[in-house]
Design a protein around this ligand. Structure first.
Ligand code: HEM
Ligand SMILES: [Ca+2]
Ligand SMILES: [Ca+2]
Length: 303
């Protein structure tokens, strides 16, 4: 029920306003692109792509759930929304603004661009208690990762393609330290980590050091939307345990190989093409349309 250009007569400037807003934040801080892309993923997996993740100021809201504490980019969405409200009040949903912003973020990071079907409406429910059962954890086995994606209508190929979003952005020492010093209570490192990368990570994240130190998810390529992430997974340079596990399973390993270009030479552009298809799929999970939900006046509050 979504369609591209849903606002072409009701708010013709909507997409351009989102684009220029994302651009202005991106110019100040290119890492904001990763924040926006992740924000859209965390929205879509809980109550569908309905802006539920954007609700602030209530302790029971999704934003306060553990997996959401590190989310970034809310101010970009709020800013775009307030500019859009000036020309077309009550017309453009926050869920759509977020989907458009994620697209623009990838494009600005030299990734692919695509048309985003729009017409989502904003949800009226945002519960932190819903978050952990739907969002994958970096400690999830490959079987659980597959299941959580399947529950949202996404297959194993979509899983690998979408996790390729980790070509952008960062994590923090607290989420990977167990892999470096005491993996599965062995007192050793995760044996799948490449030895020279292990030394680098240990230097960056000393045992008992500051857990909030940032660690790029894609070694040496944090702000570029490229296929380097897949090469890193292939080479044992995956940072999150869940990312490295994509190499353990035959089905997901084949997709990693395809994007890393080891099957038939340089297939880098395949990732770009398949990422946009997978994003359109993810962006339409359980969307509310027609007279369901509402169009929020401010993205951080229900009307
Ligand atoms: C099995 C699936 C996934 C798991 C377990 C996972 C887990 C994580 C974790 C633990 C972080 C770091 C958080 C932090 O340290 O604060 C992260 C960051 C990120 N994730 Fe995922 N993720 C998954 C799938 C995805 C998908 C499907 C997307 C988007 C399409 C995505 C986009 C991102 C981005 C862009 C970042 C960097 C954020 C930033 O720099 O602020 N992730 N993810
Ligand atoms: Ca949602
Ligand atoms: Ca990259």
């Amino acid at each position: 029920q979504l369609k591209t250009g849903f606002y072409s007569s009701s708010c013709p400037k909507a997409e351009a306003i989102v684009r220029s807003t994302v651009e202005s934040y991106f110019k100040k801080d290119p890492t904001i692109a990763a924040g926006l892309l992740r924000l859209h993923f965390h929205d879509c997996f809980v109550q569908g792509c309905d802006g539920s993740v954007l609700i602030a100021g209530r302790s029971s809201a999704e934003r306060n759930a553990l997996p959401n504490l590190g989310l970034r980019g809310f101010e970009v969405i709020d800013d775009a929304k307030s500019q859009i409200e000036v020309s077309c009040p009550g017309v453009v949903s926050c869920a759509d603004i977020l989907a458009l912003a994620a697209r623009d973020a990838v494009d600005l990071s030299d990734g692919p661009s695509w048309s985003v079907p729009t017409g989502r409406r904003d949800g009226r429910v945002s519960l932190s208690s819903q978050v952990s059962k739907y969002l994958p954890s970096p400690l999830d086995s490959i079987a659980v990762q597959k299941q959580k994606f399947a529950d949202k209508g996404l297959d194993d190929h979509d899983l690998v393609t979408l996790v390729g979003a980790h070509t952008l952005g960062q994590t923090h020492c607290q989420f990977i330290r167990y892999r470096l010093y005491n993996f599965t209570a062995t007192g050793n490192a995760d044996p799948t980590i490449n030895q020279s990368f292990l030394s680098q990570l240990r230097a960056l994240c000393p045992n008992n050091g500051d857990g909030t130190i940032p660690v790029p998810l894609d070694k040496d390529s944090q702000t570029d939307f490229d296929t380097s992430f897949f090469k890193n997974v292939r080479d044992g340079n995956g940072v999150l345990e869940s990312d490295q596990r994509l190499w353990d399973d035959a089905a997901t390993r084949d997709v990693v190989k395809k994007y890393a270009g080891t099957i038939r030479g340089l297939l880098g552009h395949r990732f770009d093409i398949e990422f946009r298809q997978a994003m359109v799929k993810m962006s339409s999970i359980d969307v509310k349309t027609g007279t369901n939900g509402e169009i929020r006046k401010a993205c951080s509050k229900f009307n």
